[in-house]
Design a protein around this ligand. Structure first.
Ligand code: SAM
Length: 237
């Protein structure tokens, strides 16, 4: 690396339902997951968001802070290729990158002022709870949406869309939980339909092992039976 280091200070952090990396969607807008970008105490003036209501979506630039110490390699295993084939780091959206910067387009759900500070509400996040945000920019369809763009991997390895069934006893618990987190039932389905298991297990249509995913303060247990994801357990943390 050349010696042209710059220091970037986060402008805030995001709160999201994803308390661990397992089962976070690979890209934004694949699950109905809401989040709040909480600006740091340095930002006391709401006018930083003046005009943002005119944009349906925003770019969030952020740091893959969970990987900060793990370094990077020129090639990475591509989960969408089953986990063994490799791609160049700059041909991938890997979280292990020279500067550890991520970018996600999310839905703009408006700005509010809370006890925590100035907040931008968003939907469709693929970020871990607590991720440092380094910038926010409006999404510009005329420039950012390329209708002729291609992605060969999308044809080769589409995102799974499995049916998700919730066991009767979990439904009762979920009813209680949704009094606090209204979005939880839809969140569980939209996260699990993508088959959160490691890619090499995706071919297994019967997999009795219980996998656990943490959403908000709940551990959700699921297995796969007859090609369907079955939510079998739910525990309050
Ligand atoms: N949309 C972003 C991009 O393209 O830069 C992120 C794509 S990356 C493949 C998405 C994955 O990043 C998620 O599935 C999750 O496992 C991981 N992730 C999310 N927030 C993270 C964080 N703060 N630190 C490390 N990994 C994170």
């Amino acid at each position: 690396m050349t010696d042209q280091s710059v220091t970037v200070a986060p402008i805030g952090h995001i709160t999201s339902p994803f308390k661990q990396k397992f089962a976070i969607p690979r890209q934004p807008n694949l699950a109905n997951a809401s989040g709040q970008v909480v600006l740091s105490a340095d930002f006391t003036d709401m006018s930083v968001f003046k005009g943002l209501e005119g944009f349906s979506h925003v770019w969030l630039l952020f740091l893959f802070h969970e990987n900060a110490q793990r370094g990077w390699k020129p090639t990475v295993k591509a989960p969408r290729l089953g986990g063994n084939a490799t791609m160049g780091v700059f041909a991938s959206r890997s979280t292990h990158r020279p500067n550890g910067i991520g970018m996600s387009v999310v839905e703009n759900k408006g700005v509010s002022e809370t006890v925590e500070g100035i907040v931008l509400n968003v939907n469709g996040v693929d970020l871990l709870d607590g991720t440092p945000i380094i910038d926010i920019k409006p999404y510009l369809p005329y420039a950012d949406c390329i209708s002729t763009a291609t992605d060969n991997l999308a044809n080769y390895a589409p995102i799974p869309a499995r049916e998700v069934k919730i066991s009767e006893h979990v439904k009762a618990q979920l009813h209680q939980a949704s009094l606090r987190h209204q979005d939880l039932p839809e969140l569980i389905v939209s996260v699990l339909r993508q088959d959160a298991r490691p890619a090499y297990k995706h071919k297994l249509n019967d997999d009795p092992k219980t996998y656990w995913v943490t959403l908000y303060n709940y551990d959700i247990g699921f297995c796969v039976s007859d090609a369907t994801v079955i939510v079998t357990e739910m525990k309050v943390l």
